[in-house]
Design a protein around this ligand. Structure first.
Ligand SMILES: [Zn+2]
Ligand SMILES: [Zn+2]
Length: 301
């Protein structure tokens, strides 16, 4: 737990110097733990409306209302069901949430991890009624070069704080952090111009299970900070299931909102790409997905 705590020097400098909210710039009370003000914390965007029962993606209202079979699933989950049982998120990856996650990842804002971890705990708690009573908690790993550059894995930091919070809110739930279960085999390269299928294959090969006996017959909860197209979560779940896991569940802090029928929130930056397997462009569209799914059997592919 100590690894993500603010260093004594940081704590001292915070106590001595006036500080300001990293997101809006308003002055902070003397003893705020994270450099983010209460107003900002309360303005984190939440997902609303019908969502896919598997991946949690926003459902198109008309299809949902038409009463089709599997109407509670999104198109992608109907066509290519994920290896995970269900993916949940706390909020949407935009506005204050996006700013806070960026601060955590790119400005080394470790103190934010505690409050963001509590939000992740609320995300995980959505699974409390249906997920197994005992699970291994597996953060999505960074490649070691990325880890060396950033100094910490935000998914693991968030998971540690979330578990701390869940031990209080759900003491009967046996969730055990297994931080080194998944390995990222390589730094994922730019994948611009690749089809959805090529991207999926590329990400799938990016993970491996360090020790199969660790996951054999275990229920696994995969943790990441952002859920974008779902390719990372799907790839991790496939690897874990192939290694013998009994079931895989996914919880993230924030989900990229599909802003229309033709795209995920375009505000995703390329620097977020490692969360989704290193895509240089996350503007994966439903249309593109359809086209690529339908092209899977073509020999030219
Ligand atoms: Zn603020
Ligand atoms: Zn879905």
């Amino acid at each position: 737990m100590a690894r993500v705590l603010r260093s004594p020097v940081d704590a001292l400098s915070c106590a001595l110097l006036p500080s300001f909210c990293n997101l809006c710039g308003s002055p902070l009370p003397q003893l705020s733990f994270a450099p983010i003000c209460n107003a900002c914390w309360s303005e984190f965007p939440i997902q609303s409306g019908p969502a896919c029962a598997r991946c949690g993606d926003t459902l198109d209202a008309p299809a949902h209302a038409a009463g089709l079979e599997d109407a509670d699933l999104c198109r992608r989950c109907r066509m290519v069901p994920p290896a995970f049982v269900r993916a949940v998120a706390f909020g949407l990856y935009q506005g204050r949430m996006k700013a806070a996650i960026h601060a955590l990842k790119y400005d080394g804002l470790h103190p934010a991890a505690r409050t963001l971890g509590k939000m992740l705990a609320l995300s995980i708690a959505q699974l409390a009624d249906e997920a197994p009573a005992e699970m291994l908690v597996v953060p999505i790993p960074l490649h070691r070069s990325k880890h060396a550059e950033r100094g910490f894995n935000q998914a693991r930091a968030l998971a540690e704080y979330a578990l701390e919070s869940l031990r209080r809110s759900h003491p009967e739930w046996r969730l055990t952090l297994a931080g080194s279960t998944l390995m990222r085999l390589r730094a994922t390269a730019t994948q611009a111009g690749l089809t959805m299928r090529q991207r999926r294959l590329n990400v799938r090969g990016a993970f491996s299970v360090s020790d199969r006996t660790l996951v054999d017959s275990k229920h696994i909860l995969v943790i990441d900070d952002i859920y974008t197209t779902g390719s990372t979560a799907r790839a991790a779940a496939e690897v874990l299931m192939r290694a013998g896991a009994a079931s895989v569940w996914v919880a993230t802090l924030a989900r990229a909102r599909r802003v229309s029928d033709i795209g995920y929130a375009a505000q995703l930056n390329t620097e977020d790409s490692e969360t989704d397997g290193g895509f240089s462009s996350i503007a994966t569209t439903e249309l593109q997905q359809e086209r690529n799914y339908s092209s899977q059997d073509q020999p030219s592919f």
